[in-house]
Design a protein around this ligand. Structure first.
Ligand SMILES: [Zn+2]
Length: 212
């Protein structure tokens, strides 16, 4: 059985972790894993007009409360959205620091097929920092042309509901009518991935590196 003990989720922006792997985080926490999350941008300019600049940071903390990530296991940095490419070295240095501080055995990172510029930076730097570990790429279908479904984490209805309750904390993104902040979309994705492995719900991963 593959059962990680210490998991570090790398999120370019607030909400990427919950969207890509929120169900898996809930499941592995239930199974006793210590869960850590690093967010590199709180996307201060991706907000409805008049919002406090740190609105997404507050929403992210509420979302991680829902999933069950302890407060002390959250690392939230504030690089400008779409400009992580200009801060590549700082991003790498944070990851190298997290490697010794967190001592993870599994890394969840954006997929190598993710076309968003910030997601691509986090993917590439995560390979540099964590290439000695198991690395799994999570799925954000609106950012991919292709995605290889190498691995699946089967979810219960409770895991899926915790993912959805976490996403519901992102009022700012719901106000902006992001199409992926809809229960139908989240449920349908989990159902399709579940169907591929003869379960009801699942999240799919690209396996980038495996260390067993
Ligand atoms: Zn993102």
């Amino acid at each position: 059985m593959f059962s990680p003990k210490r998991v570090l989720v790398l999120a370019p922006h607030t909400d990427d972790a919950e969207l890509g792997c929120g169900g898996t985080m809930a499941r592995w926490i239930d199974e006793g894993a210590e869960m850590f999350t690093a967010v590199f941008s709180i996307a201060e300019t991706s907000l409805p007009p008049g919002s406090p600049r740190d609105r997404l940071k507050s929403e992210c903390n509420e979302a991680l409360d829902q999933i069950g990530v302890p407060t002390e296991n959250r690392f939230i940095y504030n690089y400008p959205v779409r400009e992580l490419g200009y801060h590549r070295q700082e991003v790498l240095e944070h990851m190298v620091g997290l490697s010794s501080e967190v001592r993870p055995d599994v890394i969840l990172t954006p997929s190598g097929a993710d076309l968003h510029q910030d997601h691509n930076v986090v993917f590439q730097e995560s390979l540099r920092a964590f290439r000695h570990l198991t690395i799994m790429g999570y799925e954000l279908p609106w950012n991919h042309i292709t995605f290889s479904t190498h691995a699946f984490v089967v979810l219960s209805e409770d895991h899926l509901l915790r993912k959805w309750k976490a996403l519901m904390k992102y009022d700012s993104q719901i106000e902006l009518q992001r199409p992926y902040f809809r229960y139908e979309a989240i449920e349908a994705m989990a159902r399709v991935r579940g169907m591929q492995v003869r379960s009801v719900y699942a999240e799919a991963y690209e396996m980038i590196r495996i260390r067993l």
